[in-house]
Structure formats: structure tokens, C-alpha cells
Design a protein around this ligand. Structure first.
Ligand SMILES: C[S@@+](CC[C@H](N)C(=O)[O-])C[C@H]1O[C@@H](n2cnc3c(N)ncnc32)[C@H](O)[C@@H]1O
Length: 379
């Protein structure tokens, strides 16, 4: 018996099912209606159906050291990889099957090597940043995402319950769980290190002096900025527990006299006044648009005339159809850190800026696999 599943696959491959004309004409009609926009294949759907396994394979390859081993020593056999990673024959067989089928590694003449994309991460010196991102996905996003459906139903970040603690959101719970805090800030620092060259390349900070890094995290961005622009004096605002991590990094980079750390609640404590620039880097994805507007209004009021707000994070298209990474990252913000966040569209941010008082704003699109965008708004 031919199942509907097989019929659909066959018809997608252009095979005419002469036994079922109605079915075929339905599909033809659907294809016309969906225009050329519809590109999902059964193979894509299978990858989604098993998406959890695909990610777990990637994570296992990272955590157990397969990619690092193959980056140093390509062309190893299954037995050699097992031996070097101290894994028995059965688990290494299963793991390498997954990694090969997912195209992460290649098997040629019974020898394994990294795919070009994986090897490129090593060659470009960004493996650690990628690895920290995988760890964050595995240890924080994965468990919390179990509650995505419930979060949608209840219109709140139900997945926070996967992280014990008294804090009202994920950020306030991190210091209650030091291993998790390390995973989070390793990721956040790595992610910022990966993408902040886009900000430094596209925004000229040379005419500013006093800059505030709102929710500045471990200070990765403040440090890069201070090094690239010696004219800047930066105030980093974050919750007191996270400020300790920032201060340690700032001290290590000997930038204590240029970057001042201010432990604060950015919704409550007064912003430093008469500033040239307020940075919102990877933060206006955490809260609702109303909350974002209130932060931007506070920044507007604290800026000197001619000063700017710079928003830098992933952006969703105004058509709300991607990019896919923005869409997938949104489910993390819906489920876990705080109520009301997601990767908002460019125009969502612009509307908030207008409500906060800004009239002059500029979009800067950054062409990178992590789809970042910049909006500069001037008072
Ligand atoms: C997603 S991280 C971004 C960190 C940094 N901007 C970066 O790009 O690497 C968000 C940061 O906002 C901080 N944060 C969250 N709620 C806050 C609040 N109410 N007051 C101050 N900081 C807050 C968190 O502690 C965290 O460091």
C-alpha cells in the first residue's frame, strides 16, 4: 500500500501518481496557491522531526571532542577515534553515524575528517566561540525549551522553572547557580566577540566621549570598544552580581580607568546624565516592546542633544518571515529568560524609538551568518 507520506514525497519529486488524480490536482492547486514561496521538502521535515537528535549529535561531537580531534588529526578510522576519545566501539559507531549523516564530518575510504564548514571554524580561530554557543544551547536553551508550548499557552516564560532560584528572571538566577552562570557568560562573551567587529566597522564612535553600555554583561563589548576608540569613557550598567564578572575582565585588560562599572537595575536606577551615546547590545530582545520603549525613553532623556542610541542585536525582517536564526532564537526568549522578549523586527525597534522621542534613525544591515543588525538613532 502506498501511504500519503510516500505520495507526497513522490509528487514533490515530480513523479506523477496516475492512481490518484484528485490527490494530484489538490497538490497542483496548493502549489499554485503557495506560489514559489513554498520550498519545504519531506527531507527538511524529517530533519525537524528529529531536530532534537540532530542537535544532540552536534553537541556530543563538541563535548566529546570529535571535531577538535579531527581538526588536529584528519583521516582517522572509527577505531582510532574511539581509542583517542576513550569511547567504546558501540558508542563511537553510533556517534560517527550521526555526525556523518548530518554532514558535520565526512567518511571517505573508512577514514573520517571534518566538513569544510566545521574545519573553517578552526581555521578562522572562532571554534571556541562556536563551542560556547553549542554549550549554551545544550545546557540552558535545551532544558528551558521543553516549556515552549506551555509558554505560548500561558503567555509567559514558563521555561524559567527549569532553573532553580529566587530571582525574577534568568539573569538574576545565574549567580544562584555558578556553573550555569559560567556557561551563560562564556556564551554571551563569545557571541559578542564574534559579532561586535560588525558594530566597530559600521558605527563611528570617534565623535563620542561618554558612552553607557546598558546591560553590558561581562564587558566584552565595552572592552572592544574602549580598545578601538581611545577617546571613549564607558559606563557599564548591569545587575550587581554580573558586574563582578565585568569588573574582573576590565581589570584584566587594564581598562579600569576607562570603563566604570555601575551595578544597577536599569529599569529603576537613574541613568548617567549628559551622555553622548547609549548602547543596547543584545538586550532589547529580552523584554516586551513597552519595556524597551521605557528604556529608550530614559536614554533619550539622558542624552545630550546630538547624542545617539545604538541598538545592536539580531533582527527579524519586517515581513516576519525570517531569517531562520532570528525565528529560532525567538523561541528561547519566549520560553526562558524573561516575559515578553523575542527577536523583534527592525520596524518594531523603530516604533519604540519614535515613541521614546527619536525622529532621526538609520538602519545598518550586517551581512553575516549570525544575522545582526544595527539601528543608530540620534537626538
Ligand atoms: C543577553 S545579556 C547581554 C550582555 C551584553 N550586552 C552582551 O551583548 O554581551 C543581557 C544582560 O542584561 C543584564 N540585565 C538583565 N536585566 C537587567 C536589569 N534589570 N538591570 C540591569 N541589567 C540587567 C543581564 O544581567 C545580562 O548581563
Amino acid at each position: 500500500m502506498v501511504t500519503n507520506f510516500e505520495k507526497l514525497s513522490a509528487s514533490q519529486d515530480g513523479i506523477v501518481d496516475s492512481q490518484n488524480h484528485n490527490h494530484q490536482s489538490d497538490l497542483k492547486m496548493l502549489r499554485l496557491l503557495n506560489n514559489n514561496k513554498d520550498s519545504l521538502r519531506m527531507d527538511d521535515l524529517v530533519l525537524l522531526l528529529y531536530g532534537h537528535s540532530a542537535f544532540q549529535s552536534l553537541y556530543a561531537g563538541c563535548e566529546l571532542g570529535v571535531f577538535e580531534l579531527l581538526s588536529r588529526q584528519p583521516e582517522l578510522s572509527q577505531a582510532e577515534i574511539g581509542q583517542q576519545l576513550q569511547l567504546e566501539a558501540y558508542p563511537i559507531k553510533a556517534l560517527l553515524l550521526g555526525l556523518t549523516a548530518l554532514k558535520l564530518i565526512l567518511k571517505v575510504d573508512n577514514k573520517y575528517r571534518n566538513s569544510l564548514v566545521i574545519q573553517m571554524l578552526f581555521l578562522e580561530g572562532i571554534w571556541q566561540e562556536f563551542y560556547d554557543t553549542v554549550l549554551f544551547e545544550a545546557r540552558i536553551v535545551y532544558p528551558g525549551s521543553m516549556d515552549f508550548v506551555e509558554s505560548l499557552r500561558q503567555n509567559r516564560n514558563v521555561g524559567l522553572r527549569q532553573f532553580p532560584g529566587k530571582g525574577p528572571d534568568l539573569y538574576h538566577r545565574l549567580s544562584e547557580n555558578p556553573p550555569l552562570e559560567t556557561v551563560f557568560y562564556n556564551f554571551m562573551g563569545s557571541w559578542s566577540k564574534l559579532v561586535n567587529p560588525l558594530l566597530l566597522k559600521n558605527v563611528d564612535f570617534s565623535h563620542f566621549r561618554d558612552v553607557v553600555d546598558v546591560g553590558g554583561g561581562d564587558a566584552t563589548n565595552s572592552i572592544s570598544l574602549a580598545k578601538a576608540f581611545p577617546n571613549l569613557k564607558i559606563t557599564l550598567m548591569d545587575i550587581p552580581a554580573s558586574c563582578q564578572i565585568a569588573q574582573k575582565n576590565i581589570d584584566e585588560h587594564q581598562l579600569t580607568d576607562r570603563i566604570n562599572v555601575f551595578g544597577a537595575n536599569i529599569f529603576v536606577d537613574e541613568f548617567p546624565q549628559e551622555q553622548d551615546c547609549f548602547l543596547f547590545i543584545h538586550v532589547l530582545v529580552i523584554w516586551s516592546l513597552d519595556k524597551n520603549t521605557s528604556l529608550l525613553r530614559r536614554a533619550y532623556e539622558a542624552l545630550k542633544p546630538g547624542g545617539s542610541v545604538v541598538i545592536f542585536n539580531m533582527m527579524t525582517s519586517d515581513e516576519e518571515d525570517g531569517p531562520v536564526m532570528s525565528a529560532l532564537d525567538s523561541s528561547y526568549f519566549v520560553s526562558i529568560p524573561h516575559e515578553g522578549g523575542m527577536i523583534y523586527t527592525w520596524s518594531d525597534h523603530e516604533n519604540c524609538l519614535r515613541e521614546a522621542g527619536f525622529t532621526e534613525m538609520k538602519r545598518i544591515y550586517c551581512d553575516y551568518w549570525a544575522p545582526s543588525g544595527i539601528i543608530v538613532a540620534t537626538k
